[in-house]
Design a protein around this ligand. Structure first.
Ligand code: FES
Ligand SMILES: [Fe+2]
Length: 414
C-alpha cells in the first residue's frame, strides 16, 4: 500500500469529533501530501495590495518548494511569478520586499519587465528567442484589499469567494489602508494544530488574559451550528446591516471560508487593554459611524482576520515542515493615520503580540504531547470546539476527495 492509500485509509477510519492520528501532525509523508493536495492547489492569501504602493513594488514569499514574487506592474495590475530565473534558475528577487523598475537576476543579469517578459540578456548568441523565456506566471486575484495566489495550473473557482467577500470588505477601506507593523513567528507545530487552536476559544480564558478583555469567548461564535440562534449576534447583524455593513454569517458549501461580524465584550470597540480605540482615525472614511464589533474572516488553509472600526489584524499561515509553521501578522490602519498622533504603536500591537506568543506556546506544548507514544486522538468539546470539528472535517473530506484523484493531482501543479 502506498502512502496515499495509507493516509486515505486512516482518514476514513478516523473517529469523527476526535483529534487526528499522530501521523497527521508529525509525519513528513503526510506533510508532503498536504502540500501537494492542498497548498499547491488552493487559493492562498499572499498579502495586501496596499503593500504594493507603486508600479515596481514587490514582495517575495515561499510556499513549500515554490519561491514566489508578487508585484505591481506598470499598469497597476498585481501579478505573481515563480521566483526562478529562466536562465539557470537562480532566485531573481532575493529581498523580502522592495521596489524595482525591472527585475534583474543577480547571477547573470537577465532582466525581466514587470509583466514577466525577458527584456535584456547579454551574448546569448544568434537565434536566441527571448520571448520563450519570460518568468512563469502564477494565478493571482485581488479582492477587498487581499491578494490571493494559486499554484495550480487550473486553479479552482475564485468567483464564488469573490462574490461573498466583496460586499463585506468593499466598505472597509483595506485597499487604501497601510500596514504599520508586521511580525513573523515560527510555531513548532504542524499547520493543522495552528488552525485547530485558532478555531476555538476553549483555551482563551486559560491563555489569553489580554485578549479576553475585549474578545468574547462565547462558544456560539465559533460553532457554525449555533450562530443562527444567538440573540446578541442577531442584534449586531441587524444594526450593522441597517448601516450598510454586511454582517451575517456566511460560509461556503465546503466550509473553506466563513465571514461574520461578532460583538466585542461590553463597550469595547477595539482589541486594546481598555477596549477603547487604538487609532483615532477610522480605518475607512466611508465606513458608517458606530460600533459594529469585529468582522471575522477565515479562509482555509492560509488566513484568519479581524477587522475592527479603527484597525485590522490579518494573519497568514505558511507551513515550513511537518512540525513547523510560520505565522505572519499584519496591523493595518488608515493610510493617513500618523504614529504618535493618531495611534501609539505599542498600544496598537500589544494585545495580539501577546496573544500570538501565548498561542505559539500552547501549539508547541500540544505538538510535544502529540509526539508522545502515549498520545491517542482525544474528543473535542461539542460545546466549545465546534469550529475545530468543522476544520478537521473540512480537512479530512478535502483530503479524501483529493486522494481519490491519485497521481493526476501531481501533474496539476506548475
Ligand atoms: S540564472 Fe538568472 S541570469 Fe543566470
Ligand atoms: Fe488563542
Amino acid at each position: 500500500m502506498n502512502a496515499w492509500e495509507q493516509v486515505r485509509q486512516r482518514l476514513q477510519g478516523r473517529r469523527q469529533g476526535f483529534s487526528l492520528d499522530r501521523s497527521f501532525y508529525t509525519d513528513p509523508d503526510v506533510f508532503q501530501l498536504d502540500m501537494e493536495l492542498i497548498w499547491y492547489r488552493q487559493w492562498l492569501f499572499a498579502g495586501h495590495d496596499c503593500e504594493l504602493t507603486r508600479p515596481g513594488s514587490f514582495f517575495t514569499m515561499k510556499i513549500g518548494d515554490h519561491p514566489l514574487i508578487i508585484l505591481r506592474d506598470r499598469q497597476g495590475v498585481i501579478r505573481a511569478f515563480h521566483n526562478s530565473c529562466r536562465h539557470r534558475g537562480s532566485l531573481v528577487c532575493t529581498a523580502e520586499k522592495g521596489m524595482s523598475a525591472r527585475l534583474v537576476c543577480p547571477y547573470h543579469q537577465w532582466t525581466y519587465d514587470l509583466d514577466g517578459a525577458l527584456v535584456f540578456v547579454r551574448q546569448m548568441g544568434e537565434g536566441f528567442d527571448a520571448s520563450q523565456f519570460g518568468l512563469k506566471p502564477v494565478a493571482c486575484e485581488t479582492i477587498g484589499g487581499y491578494i490571493f495566489i494559486c499554484l495550480a495550473k487550473e486553479p479552482p473557482d475564485f468567483a464564488a469567494f469573490r462574490a461573498v467577500m466583496d460586499p463585506y470588505f468593499a466598505p472597509l477601506g483595506l485597499t487604501d489602508a497601510k500596514v504599520v507593523h508586521e511580525s513573523t513567528i515560527v510555531e513548532k507545530g504542524n499547520w493543522k494544530l495552528v488552525w485547530e487552536n485558532n478555531r476555538e476559544c476553549y483555551h482563551c480564558s486559560g491563555s489569553h488574559p489580554e485578549l479576553c478583555k475585549t474578545f468574547p469567548e462565547t462558544p456560539t461564535f465559533t460553532d457554525l451550528k449555533a450562530v443562527e440562534n444567538d440573540p446578541e449576534l442577531g442584534d449586531l447583524w441587524a444594526r450593522s446591516e441597517a448601516s450598510g455593513l454586511p454582517a451575517r454569517y456566511r460560509v461556503d458549501a465546503d466550509g473553506q471560508f466563513r465571514l461574520m461580524r461578532v460583538p466585542l465584550v461590553g463597550d469595547a470597540v477595539s482589541y486594546t487593554m481598555s477596549g477603547k480605540p487604538a487609532v483615532r482615525r477610522k480605518l475607512s472614511d466611508e465606513a458608517p459611524d458606530g460600533h459594529f464589533g469585529a468582522l471575522l474572516l477565515y479562509h482555509y488553509p492560509t488566513t484568519w482576520n479581524h477587522v475592527l472600526g479603527d484597525h485590522a489584524i490579518t494573519f497568514r499561515v505558511t507551513p515550513l515542515s511537518a512540525t513547523e509553521t510560520e505565522v505572519t501578522t499584519k496591523w493595518l490602519v488608515h493610510r493617513d493615520a500618523v504614529e504618535g498622533v493618531d495611534y501609539r504603536l505599542d498600544n496598537l500591537i500589544h494585545v495580539w503580540t501577546e496573544t500570538n506568543d501565548q498561542d505559539r506556546r500552547v501549539v508547541e506544548d500540544n505538538a510535544q504531547g502529540i509526539a508522545s507514544p502515549a498520545y491517542e486522538p482525544g474528543p473535542y468539546s461539542p460545546i466549545h470546539e465546534g469550529g475545530v470539528i468543522q476544520f478537521v472535517d473540512w480537512y479530512a473530506s478535502f483530503m479524501d476527495r483529493a486522494l481519490k484523484d491519485g497521481d493526476a493531482v501531481l501533474s496539476s501543479v506548475v
